[in-house]
Design a protein around this ligand. Structure first.
Ligand SMILES: Nc1ncnc2c1ncn2[C@@H]1O[C@H](COP(=O)(O)OP(=O)(O)OP(=O)(O)O)[C@@H](O)[C@H]1O
Ligand SMILES: [Mg+2]
Length: 259
């Protein structure tokens, strides 16, 4: 079953009247529930632009031709109000960005708890969920560290904890291992893989790293604002446990071994 479907997705950035960049030139994409998909392609090919649209952070351009379509689990996202989209983003999606995007003045735990607040969860419950998410990435003993007091790999794991804390159905990660050395990169990747396998979460990640791509179920290749290759779906994209409430509740399990 497709969890994310896009059609006729276009995006033109207009810098001035004459200076425009056609970042997406009509993209069609379909991601199945439980898939772990890599998006690869040269710098400037439109990967981040596509991720922003799939993550409801930016809207696709209204077309002159066929209208853009974006569906999440069959539901039309274009028809929703900004508020409804923001709610869906906060509750059903988790984001990991290449530059971590942690708030420097907040501790690791507070950074993770921020995602709870956005999803309308506060107080003790947020604290508990935040600590559990940090434990999942093996950082429970770093909860009170600020980002500047953490290594790059640890910061990235905090970002992963923040993406996971609300147990989202979908995780969108833009070069989640881009700033990490190969050991840390393998760690973060293994963590994402584990969530995908055990909890059936759908993961879409952008990467320049062929090894990361190989570790995914499918590689979608972009070039010059278009999808050049949708890739082969794995024979059995096992979604052993779909992201049901019971399955995601199980995420509060023991800490994932790291390193
Ligand atoms: N806010 C913006 N304003 C103007 N042009 C933009 C903007 N964001 C991206 N672009 C342009 O759109 C094109 C696609 O950018 P995008 O960030 O999607 O590429 P990318 O595939 O993620 O590249 P990279 O691998 O370097 O991250 C590029 O040519 C870029 O210069
Ligand atoms: Mg990018």
């Amino acid at each position: 079953m497709a969890i994310l479907e896009g059609r006729n997705l276009r995006k033109t950035y207009r810098l001035s009247r004459r200076n425009t960049v056609e970042a997406l030139k009509g993209v069609e994409i379909s991601i199945d529930q439980g898939e772990m998909v890599a998006i690869m392609g040269p710098s400037g090919s439109g990967k981040s632009t596509l991720m922003h649209i799939l993550g409801l952070l930016h809207a696709p351009d209204p077309n002159h031709g066929p209208a853009p379509e974006l569906r999440l689990a069959g539901e039309d996202m274009a028809a929703l109000s900004d508020n409804a989209r923001t709610r869906i983003r906060a509750r059903r999606m988790g984001f990991v960005f290449q530059d971590f995007n942690l708030v420097p003045t907040l501790t690791a735990l507070e950074n993770v708890m921020l995602a709870c607040e956005y999803a309308g969860i506060g107080g003790k419950q947020a604290r508990q969920a935040g600590l559990e998410a940090l434990a999942l990435v093996g950082l429970e003993d770093r909860a009170s560290h600020k980002p500047s007091e953490l290594s790059g790999g640890e910061q990235q794991r905090v970002a992963v904890a923040r993406a996971l804390v609300n147990k989202p159905e979908i995780i969108l990660a833009d070069e989640p291992t881009g700033n990490l050395d190969s050991d840390r990169s393998a760690e973060v990747l293994a963590l994402l893989r584990e969530f995908n396998r055990e909890h059936g979460q759908t993961i879409v990640l952008v990467t320049h790293d062929a090894e990361v791509g190989e570790a995914c179920d499918r590689v979608i290749r972009m070039r010059d604002g278009r999808i050049r290759d949708q890739g082969q779906r794995a024979a059995a994209v096992a979604a052993p446990a779909m992201a049901t409430p019971a399955a995601v509740a199980a995420m509060a399990g023991p800490a994932v071994a790291t390193a």
